[in-house]
Design a protein around this ligand. Sequence first.
Ligand SMILES: Nc1ncnc2c1ncn2[C@@H]1O[C@H](COP(=O)(O)OP(=O)(O)O)[C@@H](O)[C@H]1O
Ligand SMILES: [Mg+2]
Length: 248
Amino acid sequence: MSSARLRLAGISAWYGSNQVLADIELTVEPGTVLALMGPPNAGKSTVLKIANRLAELDPSFKVDGRVLLDGQDTAEVDPTALRRQVGMVFERPTAFPRSVADNVAFGLVLAGIGPGERARRVEQALRKVGLWDEIPDRSVSADSLGAGQRQLLCIARALALQPRALLLDEPTRWLHPADATRVESVVRSLRGQVTVLISAVDASQAGRVADTVALLDQGRLVEQGPTGDIFTNPREPATQAYLSRRFR
Ligand SMILES: Nc1ncnc2c1ncn2[C@@H]1O[C@H](COP(=O)(O)OP(=O)(O)O)[C@@H](O)[C@H]1O
Ligand SMILES: [Mg+2]
């Protein structure tokens, strides 16, 4: 797997006349995990959706600034091609009512990847998320899985495309703690393999999975830096306040 440097440069964003992001500067180094922390409505999902050009599907949406993938301006990349390179997993597991194998193969079929390579990548992706041995019969419907397994399946579906970056939007929000723990350990295992930008309301989760954390509040980046530094020695009072409220 290859991993790219993902950089948001001077990003501001609006829905209609409502400005929701102001001059965001954020860099995720190749193969590292950056957790974007922040309260509900801070703009976390919007940041992630800008990174793979999903936000622009909303007709009222407007963005200023640039998103760079290894220095290449993503505005110049075909959006469908970009979304293969920058995968995304959402809060709610979005597994399709198809077999486990078909779910993981979905994007590969669309990308025109042949059956042999497809089977190989499906196995590899399911192994990465710990579902290969757990679900020996990959022809069962994804509907028969629990929520945690479905979310892991969604991560496998994204990984099968061998993305250069992966966006995880509060992937454990609707999961039981035991399932959340599994997702977190998969995220940690991706370090060095793919660039990960994960959003989290829960600061303790950010602390467990991320190399770098950034705090977003009302569309502004309050502070960012190496996880250890921010957690032990936050400079901004707003960060101190957030961490003291959000540590469980
Ligand atoms: N499609 C949309 N249309 C209009 N406003 C939106 C839309 N999506 C999000 N917003 C607004 O943008 C702000 C940031 O939302 P969001 O990025 O979802 O934040 P978060 O993920 O941190 O909860 C919020 O005020 C939200 O109401
Ligand atoms: Mg959100």
